[in-house]
Ligand binder design. Structure first.
Ligand SMILES: [Zn+2]
Length: 350
């Protein structure tokens, strides 16, 4: 456990949900863990006992990627863990495939509606199609403009295809929009939607004051910092500022709130975690300021911010995150931006 993590409190200790079985977390709230075939090797999903639309059953929060393996794991949950009751509603915190992948499949199977924010649902529908400009060649163009010259990375990025439809094979053709501040009744409790930005278009976290539980999705994770990247689809984006403003929306909640994150273990001390994330990014921004005494591209920032050797997949996220830090200072007018004769954007202290 790293020193920052040790300042958080893990009320369940080392206990984690066993794949295929639900673990009770709070009255009517259960934890399900599914494995992922990525470096981030698991995702947490939440099952909430519910009565919805005159049906007794379960509301599922997030679904896992749409793979055969995850669906087999779902089959065992459906057979053994739902007390013979149906899934009556699927709610996804955001559109990333590990959260949304099986939504279409579960909704069709149980005749259940999908609840999501408009930003997340529409982005998912968009990513299901062909996306010229944001696939391999589009990514290469975006990153070349930010200084990437490494031939191997460029060749690998050029091969990148839109992986989304493979991991999210289908989506319901209609959805129920949820919005910031909305109070949703689930299992006799009221859950308030708290939207967040910077990691994805319009992420929804859910807070139940009565239970003292926050389902934080990817917006508040105990061990890793949430990925915040400037992508080819929105090359002028300012996602880190959006993210830092968004996590402040959690600070009015009680410090003792039990936070249920999408990755890692349930934890308490959310104010401490919000502070840690601000400190982490403030330190990265200081590094960027120091570099920008001279004209600096995102590709120059990346090795300072990420000191280990990166493969092309990790580099894809690292360069996007380096650029997010530059853009934060650029939007604050602390940096100016020039495009050189080589077509590369460089930033310098104003
Ligand atoms: Zn995510």
């Amino acid at each position: 456990m790293n020193p920052l993590e040790s300042r958080l409190e893990y009320p369940l200790g080392e206990t984690v949900a066993v794949p295929g079985h639900k673990l009770p977390i709070a009255p009517g709230v259960y934890w399900i863990r599914k494995s992922l075939p990525f470096a981030l090797d698991h995702i947490n999903l939440w099952l909430l006992r519910d009565e919805f639309d005159s049906r007794d059953g379960w509301t599922v929060i997030d679904c896992g990627i749409g793979s055969t393996q995850t669906r087999e794991a779902w089959e065992s949950v459906i057979a053994n863990e739902l007390d013979g009751l149906p899934i009556v509603r699927v709610l996804c915190t955001h559109t990333h495939p590990d959260h949304l992948g099986n939504a279409g499949w579960l909704c069709a199977r149980f005749g259940a509606p999908l609840w999501m924010t408009l930003g997340e649902y529409t982005m998912g529908r968009l990513l299901q199609g062909a996306l010229p400009g944001t696939d391999g060649p589009g990514i290469v163009e975006h990153y070349r403009a930010h200084g990437l010259t490494d031939r191997e990375h460029i060749a690998n990025l050029g091969q990148r295809t839109n992986y989304f439809p493979k991991l999210v094979p289908e989506m319901p053709f209609a959805f129920r929009r949820i919005q910031d501040g909305e109070s949703i009744a689930i299992g006799g409790e009221r859950w308030r939607v708290i939207t967040g930005f910077g990691h994805s278009p319009e992420h929804a976290a859910l807070y139940c004051a009565e239970l003292g539980v926050l389902i934080s999705g990817d917006m508040l994770l105990p061990r890793i910092s949430t990925n915040v990247s400037v992508h080819a689809l929105e090359p002028e984006g300012n996602p880190l500022t959006l993210f830092l403003d968004s996590i402040d929306r959690f600070t009015p909640l009680d410090e003792n709130t039990l936070v249920l994150p999408s990755h890692g273990r349930p934890f308490r001390r959310l104010h401490e975690r919000v502070r840690q994330l601000h400190d982490h990014h403030a330190a990265r921004l200081d590094e960027v300021r120091a570099l920008c005494r001279a004209p600096t591209s995102a590709n120059d920032v990346m090795p300072v911010m990420f000191k280990r050797e990166l493969d092309s997949h990790q580099m894809f996220f690292a360069l996007g995150e380096a650029l997010a830090h530059l853009h934060t200072l650029w939007y604050r007018h602390e940096l100016t931006r020039q495009r050189g004769a080589d077509g590369v954007y460089r930033f310098e202290l104003a």
